[in-house]
Ligand binder design. Structure first.
Ligand code: ATP
Ligand code: MG
Length: 496
């Protein structure tokens, strides 16, 4: 009963905080918000135009407005309107109503979907929440003002009218955005309890926008962090993926750890940081991810998770080898161990796990490949990703970079090039085992003079440790050099 009363008071106070009733929203013109209309999706503009022609209010909302003002490229465009889904749908040729509890409309233009939703009211009266205050039902239509109050941070509660180029701002979000401050709308304690995922979102926006989290918004997080466990794991997974692909992944992970939020999504992060070279490996992997995100390339979740957990799998595998396990088997058991530890906190989808295993299990195979085995490897569906991963390991100085580059060239090559490269792997002296040749000094190659190499090729270092602790054979690299297949500047791999 007491909790109930406390909850009601809290939610009342929360509403007071958001009280824009007397003030009314600010209407900011182009010279203040600075949005360049040419960067706005023409389809989103079209949706607003059509709705407006039919007498409704319609605005571009949320992340797109935030990113446009911040000078970033929006990931997608959403529209909010006072028209109901039934009113919206007939106005467009290709539009479908989706969602059961809270319906919204997907307006489809070729490959772009404009998610169009009706202004929504909050239902924080304690009636539809769990014992911690988490909202379980939230499906009421409302006014624009209510819709704004329901959003999480002030910088996410902006409404852009592309026809008049005006931004409607109920919560001083443009100022916060320009000052790079992440500020919760309402009472942060209540709002995090309503939806604990907002704590992860706070970290993401702070990292992505190079912003600070306003003290009152930050304060409750460390206390409430365990509530994230109550959020369905699929949602946590999606949010973690967003964190990792926001363009500032390492920053996000550091923020999560500081706040203790990683426990609900990636508890093994502590172990990774405690592992020698673990933090560096993460930095390298996430830098690559950030570059891909910034250049508009796709990022594969399997590759990301394979990278995040790799140093643990690698060391665990080594541990089994030391106990007498066969290296291949050791890697399999190690992968099982680590994945099951991760799954206890937050399972990774099965299909991603399958790909992660493929990427990991191919690593030792690169080191011992005979010509026949190489052809088999090339045909593996995750070959390309595994080669990218090998390149990442080379960057982390775990494997020889010339060796990794040989595989990259092979992955990039057409069938003839591949055949030539693999042919050149054949032992020249009878009696030498393919793929197991003695290490010898690498002949000097023209590419050694390349200036953009970022690894240890110039020193010819062969420092290598496979998960099994075996030594990398330099055979493929030497063969490539002999066959004259290399020469251009070293290319960074993609991890599609
Ligand atoms: P991005 O699309 O870059 O991930 P976003 O802010 O657009 O960021 P979405 O999940 O697309 O995130 O949500 C769109 C908008 O919906 C947000 O800007 C915010 O206004 C609102 N919103 C999203 N999630 C929440 C939440 N958990 N609580 C309150 N409002 C939310
Ligand atoms: Mg969005």
């Amino acid at each position: 009963m007491v909790t109930m009363i406390r909850k009601t008071i809290k939610s009342f106070v929360g509403r007071l905080f958001t009280a824009p009733v007397n003030k009314g929203p600010q209407r900011l013109t182009r010279d203040v918000h600075g949005i360049d209309r040419r960067l706005v999706s023409r389809h989103a503009i079209k949706v607003c135009e059509v709705l407006s022609q039919h007498g409704y209010d319609a605005y571009i909302v949320g992340g797109a407005v935030r990113d446009l003002i911040a000078g970033l490229k929006p990931t997608d465009f959403d529209v909010a309107t006072n028209a109901t889904p039934e009113q919206i749908r007939p106005l467009f040729r290709r539009a479908r109503i989706i969602g059961r509890r809270f319906q919204l409309v997907h307006v489809v233009f070729g490959r772009e979907i404009i998610e169009t939703s009706t202004f929504r009211a909050s239902s924080t009266n304690g009636e539809f929440t769990d014992e911690h205050g988490r909202i379980l039902r939230d499906n009421l239509f409302g006014s624009q003002e209510e819709d704004a109050a329901r959003r999480d941070f002030t910088l996410n509660a902006l409404y852009y009218d592309p026809l008049n180029e005006v931004v409607i701002d109920y919560h001083n979000g443009v100022a916060d955005l320009k000052n790079r401050v992440v500020r919760m709308i309402g009472d942060p304690d209540v709002r995090y309890r309503e939806d604990p995922i907002r704590m992860l979102r706070a970290m993401r926006f702070a990292a992505k926008l190079d912003a600070t989290i306003e003290p009152a918004t930050l304060a409750p997080i460390s206390k409430l962090a365990p509530l994230v466990d109550n959020v369905p794991s699929s949602r946590r997974f999606d949010e973690l993926l967003k964190l990792l692909t926001c363009g500032q992944a390492m920053e996000c992970l550091r923020g999560l750890r500081e706040a203790g939020l990683h426990q609900s999504v990636l508890p093994l992060l502590d172990k990774v940081f405690a592992t020698e070279g673990g933090e560096r490996f993460l930095e390298l992997a996430l830098e690559r991810t950030d570059v891909r995100v910034r250049t508009g390339k796709s990022v594969s979740p399997s590759f990301l998770f394979a990278s995040l957990l790799w140093v643990l799998v690698r060391d665990r595998s080594q541990h089994y080898v030391e106990r007498g396990e066969h290296p291949n088997q050791a890697l399999v058991i190690a992968a099982d161990d680590i994945i099951s530890q991760q799954s206890r906190a937050m399972p990774i989808q099965r299909r991603f796990v399958a790909d992660m295993r493929d990427i990991w299990f191919m690593q030792p195979r690169f080191e011992r490949a005979t010509p026949r085995a190489t052809w088999r490897l090339v045909e593996q569906p995750r070959f390309r990703a595994a080669v990218d991963f090998l390149q990442l390991r080379a960057e982390a100085r775990e494997v020889d970079s010339v060796h990794a580059q040989w595989w990259m060239d092979l992955a990039d090559g057409d069938r003839d090039t591949r055949a030539e490269m693999i042919d050149a792997m054949q032992p020249r002296k009878s009696g030498t085992q393919p793929g197991r040749r003695r290490r010898r000094r690498r002949p000097r190659r023209r590419s050694d003079t390349d200036t953009d190499t970022d690894t240890d090729t110039d020193t010819g270092t062969q420092e290598t440790s496979s998960p099994q602790g075996s030594t990398t054979s330099s055979a493929p690299a030497s063969s490539a050099a002999n066959s004259g297949k290399r020469g251009g500047p070293r290319r960074k791999g993609s991890n599609e």
